[in-house]
Unconditional design. Structure first.
Length: 315
């Protein structure tokens, strides 16, 4: 079912492509699944482009938190685009093959975007911490140069982490096992179908996952603990409510993203053994990116006002 070639005269083979098994569906449900996924993908891309447009066109949103939000929307457009178009094709197609190079490329960019988002959400938590706990120093600390450096750092960490992980996973032998019980090339299925010793790759993946997940998570938790103590000291209930409202949308997005990815990437090989793995993956690759822009628009008064202003002016 796959192509192999002989290496150095020995009986070693290298898989040339994988078959993504995806979601088993009946012919009647195929079109419904395709239509739903296509609608979700188009809505996700449209929502994120809309947020980028609104932030760029409104002077009231030219501050660090919306600079980070615009970058988050830009990131999520690519995040969904590396997974969902291939998934859409596979839903209708009988040929669900993906080349070895294509699989590694998809994995590389997906891991890059996941790692970058972990760190970016931590940066946004730090921004809220400075805004609420050190309001007088906020313009000085969160200046444009520092914000640009933080964004560059997020992408550098994501790209570096992904490069290291891929260098170990791409070395593994996959022999004649070419079927991946997933809808995209992820770390867990590739570790599980490898016929060579994957212990080193697992160890490297675990250490990097620990750093990329736990360090940002600790930053988020520490930031919000400080924010909570500062807000509780505000004498007026209106002041407390206003302070909490500036954090509510970000905190909701953090909880959604971290809770759906944490257990999958903390121990990927073990997670693959559960049938629910694909369903959990749908949450963070399809559902969460769709909800994030809605959360920021619905829970943030400034974004809602800027959106009304943008569309009123255009009309």
């Amino acid at each position: 079912s796959s192509f192999f070639y002989r290496m150095g005269g020995r009986n070693e083979t290298k898989v040339m492509y994988f078959i993504l098994l995806g979601f088993p569906t009946t012919a009647e449900l195929q079109l419904l699944l395709f239509s739903t996924l296509l609608l979700v993908y188009l809505l996700t891309v449209l929502e994120n482009f809309l947020i980028i447009l609104i932030i760029r066109n409104n002077r009231s949103l030219q501050n660090p938190i919306y600079f980070f939000l615009g970058n988050l929307s830009f990131l999520e457009v690519w995040y969904v685009s590396v997974i969902e178009p291939k998934m859409l094709v596979d839903v209708l197609s009988h040929d669900k093959r993906i080349s070895f190079q294509g699989c590694m490329t998809q994995l590389y960019f997906f891991v890059t975007f996941v790692c970058t988002e972990y760190i970016l959400l931590a940066v946004m938590a730090y921004d809220r911490f400075v805004a609420i706990c050190k309001p007088l120093r906020y313009p000085l600390i969160m200046n444009h140069k520092f914000c640009a450096q933080l964004i560059a750092g997020c992408w550098m960490c994501g790209l570096t982490t992904s490069s290291i992980k891929l260098s170990f996973i791409a070395r593994l032998s996959y022999c004649d096992v070419d079927k991946i019980n997933h809808y995209f090339c992820d770390i867990s299925p590739l570790l599980n179908i490898s016929c060579s010793d994957s212990s080193l790759a697992e160890l490297v993946d675990f250490i990097l996952a620990l750093m990329v997940i736990m360090v940002p998570l600790c930053t988020v938790v520490a930031s919000y603990i400080c924010i909570m103590f500062t807000v509780l000291k505000i004498p007026s209930s209106q002041g407390r409510q206003k302070a909490f409202s500036t954090c509510s949308s970000h905190l909701t997005v953090v909880i959604l993203f971290y809770s759906t990815t944490l257990f999958t990437y903390a121990h990927p090989k073990l997670m693959y053994t559960y049938r629910a793995n694909k369903l959990v993956s749908v949450l963070y690759t399809v559902v969460v990116p769709l909800l994030n822009p809605l959360i920021y628009c619905l829970r943030n008064k400034e974004v809602r006002f800027a959106m009304r202003k943008t569309f009123t002016c255009r009309r």
